[in-house]
Design a protein around this ligand. Structure first.
Ligand code: 13P
Ligand code: SF4
Length: 310
């Protein structure tokens, strides 16, 4: 790429030329969020992917999100700026091991968090996101036996909220397990007015300290509607961009991690850059390709989720 190139202008040109839409998750770099046509959480992004009239979906997020978009719009070209943008949580649930787990729990309905591979979705009955996990569980009869995965922290939170006994898969996200309760408590003492807001992928001791728990969209909305002015944010740091944009006079402090790294970046989300976004649009590569039969199988539990969340 010519270092003098105006990437924003080139990406805008390619959007028009190719009738492309850029969908970006809140955890993307600020400049990617700024050029996106739609920024959202996992649920919003899948709803958008299902209804878009664009010919090309450029997914600024991670692999499972782009895969979900492809499954919902199989006739469209779905591009991901970096195919290696995976997910540590999805990686904790390999299909062969999950198959055995399912066999060990016959008669259970399988609810899987969208942060999972297409193969895992194909083995599930309903998909959920952090926005609708409680509602999806509650949509089933009280005595229904349920497997919930792959995130045990979200699973434990949903079990507590719904009063249901869920069989949990033992998976977690590397970014949301990094926060230090001790450092957060110290920070809360230093900023007594600050509210701790946390994503349900965080571990239980962090969630116990939280004033509000929600998905990325939930957290953003909370900071907008809350009368409070200071927030300690326990999730990936990319969301701070929209929080700060929506409430420029408020203060947002990333929750401190256990180690000495100053940021809470997801290394997978951050593989995408503006340069890679431009290149993938120019060359229409890399694109998501999945076997038809797998897509057909994985589509059913995603559509069931979208129906419940409509
Ligand atoms: P939501 O955007 O649905 O809250 O999910 C967060 C996440 O971990 C995405 O990878
Ligand atoms: Fe996966 Fe965690 Fe990164 Fe989200 S933040 S993409 S769950 S590794």
């Amino acid at each position: 790429i010519d270092p003098g190139m105006d990437l924003f202008a080139e990406i805008e040109r390619l959007k028009k030329e190719k009738n492309a839409i850029i969908l970006a998750h809140y955890y993307q770099d600020a400049d990617i969020q700024d050029i996106a046509d739609y920024i959202g959480d996992s649920l919003g992004l899948s709803q958008e992917a299902a209804k878009t009239g664009a010919d090309v979906i450029v997914f600024a997020g991670v692999h499972f999100m782009a895969e979900t978009a492809k499954i919902l719009s199989p006739q469209k070209k779905v591009l991901l700026p970096d195919l290696k943008a995976g997910c540590s949580l999805a990686d904790t649930c390999p299909p062969d091991q999950f198959k055995v787990f399912k066999e060990q729990h016959p008669g259970h309905t399988v609810i899987m968090y969208v942060n999972s591979t297409a193969e895992i979705k194909a083995m599930s009955d309903i998909v959920c996101t952090s926005t609708n996990a409680v509602a999806i569980v509650e949509s089933l009869p009280k005595d229904e036996k349920i497997i919930f995965g792959p995130d045990k922290n979200l699973g434990r939170y949903v079990a507590k909220k719904t009063g249901r006994d869920l069989v949990l898969w033992d998976g977690a996200c590397m970014v949301h397990e990094i926060f230090s309760r001790e450092k957060i408590v110290k920070l809360k003492n230093r900023y007594p007015q600050a509210k701790l807001i946390a994503h349900p992928e965080c571990e239980e001791p962090i969630l116990k300290e939280a004033d509000y728990i929600g998905s990325t969209t939930g957290l953003l909305k909370y900071t907008i509607s809350s009368p409070d002015n200071e927030f300690i944010v326990a999730t990936e740091s990319g969301i701070l961009h929209q929080m700060q944009k929506a409430s420029p006079h408020k203060t947002f402090i990333p929750a401190p991690p256990d180690n000495n790294c100053a940021c809470n970046d997801c290394p997978h989300m951050k593989r995408n850059t503006l340069e890679k976004l431009y290149l993938c649009m120019e060359y229409e590569q890399p694109k998501i390709l999945l076997p038809e039969a797998l897509m057909d199988q994985a589509r059913k539990p995603i559509e069931r989720m979208l129906e419940i969340s409509a």
